[in-house]
Design a protein around this ligand. Structure first.
Ligand code: MTE
Ligand code: MO
Length: 383
């Protein structure tokens, strides 16, 4: 029914009468048995995930970090680019890249994950970027602490939130907009938020926000505004589109809770070798070292457990220490003796607060913050 209405809306308006509503899609859930559409495929082909074998690296090599871009990568000329600070501040400030780079720099290793990671497996499926579980990556971001940059303008006591505006522009559900997100002042002044001009020791690549992006360690990806051009302190809670878009809602009328910090998750490097089309993992009998990574933007990960029988029984994996990298994933491993037959490998993380990854999905309309434990079907061949 909805699909028919959309099809008619696409045919009817001709020439001068076309509006954004005619071409922009409302949010919707896929119908029973409805496969991934051409439109979702178009998003999936440009917004790529991290191949899970790249979980082997402490820092994700350039080009393997996941990418999510709502509109287009904007054209930015670094020489003319400026960051404007305004709103509830003592003085308006314009900074160029050299000025930002002259402030004391910090480097933070951060695991970033898209809030929509895991969406494609939900039933019913929210129609959007169809991630499985690979919308994650870890990078070393270098830049100026956000609070130091805010101090150049001086926040007024009337400031309650800080709004970040990207140079990218597009339409979403009929609303034309710059990509914008806000942070509460307390969060913005937190020591770890960074305005990053470098990723893994090199200037930001175009797809990751050149020349400057916000990095908010521990928060889901949508908070880390790329291609930053403006920061405005505001005296009331920000109500822009992306604030409403990222909420955990049961249905369209539910005001929902905002999506903020990354839930705990463990992922395994898929063991053995893959079959090209089915992606089924194939192993041979004997000792196999299962390895992976675990992270959380809430309380730190305290335990990782592995199941080799689809969640029937769980065993504790060995986790390596976090070292100086509070906001980065941690490596874990677990020895498994594979026997001929079919197996389902699972991994789950538990935080120091006792939050454990669920076996089943807590469904919400946007398909956000889904951290149900990963399942990897493995076939072990006869010897
Ligand atoms: N300006 C701008 N910033 C943005 C986005 C965007 O579309 N435009 N996408 C956000 C989302 S939803 C995610 S998950 C992360 C992805 O960052 P990455 O592509 O560097 O991995 O960027 C965030 N920042
Ligand atoms: Mo995202």
């Amino acid at each position: 029914m909805l699909v028919t209405l959309l099809a008619i809306a696409r045919i009817l308006p001709q020439g001068a009468d076309v509006t954004l509503d005619d071409i922009s899609r409302p949010s919707r859930l896929a119908g029973p048995g409805e496969g991934i559409s051409d439109e979702e495929l178009a998003l999936a082909a440009r917004n790529h995930g991290m191949p899970l074998e790249a979980l082997r690296y402490d820092v994700t090599p350039p080009g393997l970090h996941y990418v999510l871009i709502h509109y287009d990568i904007p054209a930015v000329d670094a020489h003319h680019w400026r960051l404007r600070l305004g709103g509830q501040v003592r003085r308006r400030v314009e900074l160029d890249l050299a000025m930002l780079q002259s402030l004391p720099a910090r480097t933070v290793r951060v695991t970033m994950e898209c809030a929509g990671n895991g969406r494609a497996r939900l039933q019913p499926r929210p129609v959007s970027q169809p991630w499985l579980v690979e919308a994650v990556g870890t990078a070393e971001w270098t830049g100026a602490p956000l609070r130091d940059v805010l101090a150049t303008a001086g926040l007024l006591p009337s400031a309650v939130e800080v709004v970040f505006t990207g140079a990218d522009h597009g339409v979403e559900r009929g609303v034309e907009q710059d990509y914008q997100r806000s942070l509460p002042v307390a969060e913005a002044l937190d020591g770890d938020a960074l305005l990053a001009y470098s990723m893994n020791g090199a200037p930001l690549p175009p797809q990751h926000g050149f020349p400057l992006r916000l990095v908010v360690p521990g928060w889901y990806g949508m908070a880390h505004v790329k291609w930053l051009v403006a920061i405005d302190a505001v005296d009331a809670a920000f109500t822009g589109f992306q604030h409403h878009a990222y909420r955990l809602r049961r249905d369209a009328d539910d005001p929902g809770e905002p999506v903020t910090r990354i839930g705990p998750r463990a992922l395994a490097i898929p063991p053995g070798m893959p079959d090209f089309m089915s992606r089924t993992r194939i192993v041979r009998p004997g000792l196999i070292m299962l390895e992976g990574r675990a992270w959380s933007g809430r309380a730190p990960v305290r335990r990782v457990e592995v199941s080799t029988n689809g969640g029937g029984t769980w065993a504790s994996a060995v986790i390596e220490p976090a070292g100086d990298h509070r906001w980065a994933w941690r490596r874990w491993h677990h020895a498994w003796t594979a026997t001929p037959g079919r197996h389902t490998i699972m991994a789950r993380a538990t935080t120091a607060d006792g939050e454990v990854q669920p076996a089943d999905q807590a469904w919400n309309r946007g398909g956000f913050a889904n951290n149900a434990a990963q399942q990897i079907p493995v076939v072990c061949l006869a010897p």
